[in-house]
Design a protein around this ligand. Structure first.
Ligand SMILES: [Zn+2]
Length: 333
């Protein structure tokens, strides 16, 4: 709760940017219940929470005006509200020393009504009479340190358009001693049925806020589930890649196996060729043995026979040796 030091001396005019604007006091109350919820979720909400004398604890406007010119006081002037975006400007601050007037509607696109102009003029005139000051009136975008369209191009500034005309009308009211009573005054007491409806609207607005909260919670949970699904999909892709790589390796191993089988077949062919050659040599050895036997039968002396055996054996040995050498070097010439 932020209490103002001294009297306010300026007014900042806002629009709600909600189109179309509330046509009458009943619509305006519905809208204000929604803005109350919106403002209650702002970062500055708890710090600026007011005593709520007029039913709104967080709403950052002091007065709200419907399109038919009916106005509602929503916060006591004694509270500082964050509405003008100018916290740093000391004695010229519209937050610290100004009150916030809301013209409900979006005046970037809508045209404000003559009733709203008269209502705003009366608010300005009343303010001057009450606080005995020459009030400074500006549109929100004229006071804000950050860019904003508020209160809309069709409200203008204190130097042009609707706002300039409302200020001129306020000066006329003061000068002519005209009434500054609210357009809806004398305010008729709200009948029971309307009060009942007001309560229902407030309750519905509260429920809506709760549902919005639950919705946000569900959306959060949904996004968590989505993150898990994404992770699973990524894992699955990784596993597929690994499976493909394993499959490629299997192909390579199978290829190598094929190569080995070919080599084995080639070795087997060489072995069988060697076996054939050995058989040839066996035949030759037998032939030589026959020759040796014939030599014995031909009465060759023993000494000569031994020499013949040695010769034959050496021939046989040399042949085997040369065959083995040929096989070891692996080449056929
Ligand atoms: Zn504004």
């Amino acid at each position: 709760m932020l209490l103002r030091k001294g009297d306010p001396d300026r007014i900042c005019v806002h629009h709600s940017a909600v189109s179309p604007g509330a046509d009458n006091i009943f619509d305006l109350k519905k809208r204000l219940a929604q803005y109350e919820i919106t403002h209650s979720k702002k970062s500055w909400a708890e710090e600026t929470k007011t005593g709520g004398e007029y039913g709104y604890s967080y709403l950052a406007y002091h007065i709200a005006v419907a399109k038919d010119g009916h106005e509602m006081i929503t916060q006591n002037d004694k509270y500082i509200l964050y509405h003008a975006g100018d916290n740093a400007r000391g004695k010229d601050s519209f937050n610290l020393h100004g009150i916030a007037v809301l013209l409900d509607g979006n005046y970037e696109t809508e045209i404000p009504t003559p009733y709203q102009k008269e209502a705003l003029a009366r608010i300005i005139a009343r303010f001057e009479r009450q606080y005995k000051v020459n009030v400074i009136v500006r549109g929100h975008k004229q006071t804000s340190l950050t860019a904003t369209a508020c209160p809309g191009v069709n409200i203008g500034t204190h130097e042009n358009g609707f706002l300039k005309e409302a200020i001129a009308r306020a000066n006329e009211i003061i000068k002519n001693g005209e009434t500054d009573e609210p357009l809806n005054a004398p305010s008729a007491p709200i009948d029971d049925e309307t009060e009942e409806l007001r309560k229902k609207v407030e309750e519905l607005s509260r429920n809506m806020g709760m549902l919005e909260g639950q919705n946000a919670e569900l959306a959060k949970r949904l996004s968590e589930k989505e993150a898990i699904i994404t992770q699973i999909q990524m894992d699955s892709q990784k596993w597929q890649k690994e499976a493909k790589s394993a499959n490629d390796n299997l192909g390579k191993v199978l290829e190598e196996k094929g190569e080995l089988e070919k080599t084995i077949a080639s070795l087997e062919r060489k072995i069988s060729k060697l076996t054939e050659e050995l058989a040839e040599m066996e035949k030759e050895k037998n032939a030589n043995w026959q020759l040796y036997k014939k030599a014995l039968e031909g009465q060759i002396d023993k000494q000569t026979s031994i020499q013949l055996i040695e010769i034959l054996f050496n021939r046989f040995y040399t042949k085997i040796k040369s065959l083995l050498k040929k096989e070891q070097s692996g080449g056929e010439k």
